[in-house]
Design a protein. Sequence first.
Length: 319
Amino acid sequence: MRLRQLVFDPGVLHECRLEGDSLWLGDGAGVMFRKLPGDVGNGQSASQSIAGSLRLSGRVRFANQNRLYLGGEKLRIDGMVSGDGEFVVGGVRHGIVQLAGDNSRYTGAFVIETGSLMLSHSAALGSGKAPVTLNGGAVVIGAGVSTTHDLRVAADADWDSHGPNGNHDGTIAIDAGATLTVKNGGGNTMTWRGGIAGAGDLTLAAHGTTFAGDRPNTLSGTVRVGGERGATILARASRVNVIAGPLTMTHSGTLRWAADEQIADTSPVTFTGVLPTLELRGHRETVGVLNLQGDARIDLGETGQLSFANSHAIAWDES
């Protein structure tokens, strides 16, 4: 069946599931989940879902006008997506469009404009070669999901992990003037093994991210580390840079080493906020100039070594 527009407008708080034949959505078509009359309570669900397969042959917009509250207000695509179109995510901030199936037969692109694209299957992004483009909004990674697609962050956008996850092996390119903010809500985790490039900024606003593998990050913008619930872990191969540009440690941020030499020798390090921490755990590191704008904690472990460039103006408390 060929459709131009599909609108979910339940009017009351209840689920709706569309089953049946495959739907063909051409250029300019759209799927909309309109605003519910109220928030969905704990243990309730008013998610709207498509169980059948979708074929995309042009630019098709998926929009959820309901922000994620307790998880029962998603626009779910449970069936298989195929075709060579462009899957565009709109809707309100934190409005979830969820891909729950194996979309290996989809060779098209994904563009996130304002809403959130949630991946609940490791093949949710299909087999296309184009990077997922974030012009805003968020990528949300479901529990146990790994990803291989490249990402291009063209404007401020978020990465969020829902549950303990697998690996991200794709490259992330962050354009100048854009910031990718990693949230990892609820102390969830993700291992990044792909390289991060570009002139934009990366903010690790919550812990739970591990950098592993042997591919260097070349991002020239600022990396900011903050948040609570554990540490951001540097576990790349020795002398493979996780941080190539400036590092700023912010409120309660903890950066933990699991290998030697994870930061470029010329990278300046700034401490700001309430007691951010570097935990070397016996590893060695060389960085650039130290800039103390607030208190800081450096834990070398028993045999750790941390060398700064000329930072003679800093007052040290070695107690």
